[in-house]
Design a protein around this ligand. Structure first.
Ligand code: HEC
Length: 130
């Protein structure tokens, strides 16, 4: 009879240890997960346009990006621009230069440089392209 008690005790001890280890691990895990304070979303700073960029916008891009109903994301409509600028500078610039759906190649500004397209897009979207 006594032969059986020893192994039984050692089994129950190891179970207790295991439970203690699990509890310990669980406790420390919860501590590590303590919720960080949610970072406040900074308000989008308006991107100012230089007179030259304003002129490009006024004479070309505004024909669609300043006219509701054209299907173009409207200037300063940050919600409309958010998913577009999120694609990244390279893709957005490629869409401007090559055209994209209703967007004509180079936005019909044949004399515009890549930097101009980036600056006008930042002006319209209010987001610095990255
Ligand atoms: C003839 C109308 C028209 C003109 C002019 C025009 N656009 Fe657009 N543009 C559009 C339309 C329509 C879309 C939306 C295309 C779509 O997603 O269906 C668009 C989309 C865009 C986008 C977003 C592309 C993307 O990846 O989602 C950018 C950036 C843009 N235009 C920049 C410009 C700039 C800069 C100019 C001026 C140099 C300009 N556009 C001139 C019609 C125009």
């Amino acid at each position: 009879m006594t032969r059986f008690t020893t192994p039984l005790i050692s089994i129950s001890r190891s179970l207790l240890c295991g439970a203690a280890l699990l509890l310990g691990a669980c406790g420390s895990g919860q501590d590590g997960k303590s919720a960080a304070p949610a970072a406040a979303t900074p308000a989008t700073p308006p991107v100012a346009a230089s007179p030259a960029i304003q002129k490009i916008y006024d004479t070309t891009c505004s024909n669609c990006h300043g006219k509701p109903g054209t299907g173009a994301p409207q200037a300063h409509d940050t919600n409309a621009w958010a998913p577009r600028v999120a694609q990244g500078k390279e893709i957005v610039l490629g869409h401007i230069i090559n055209g994209y759906k209703g967007m004509p190649p180079m936005g019909m500004c044949m004399q515009c440089a890549e930097d101009d397209f980036v600056a006008v897009t930042e002006y319209m979207s209010g987001v610095k392209l990255q």
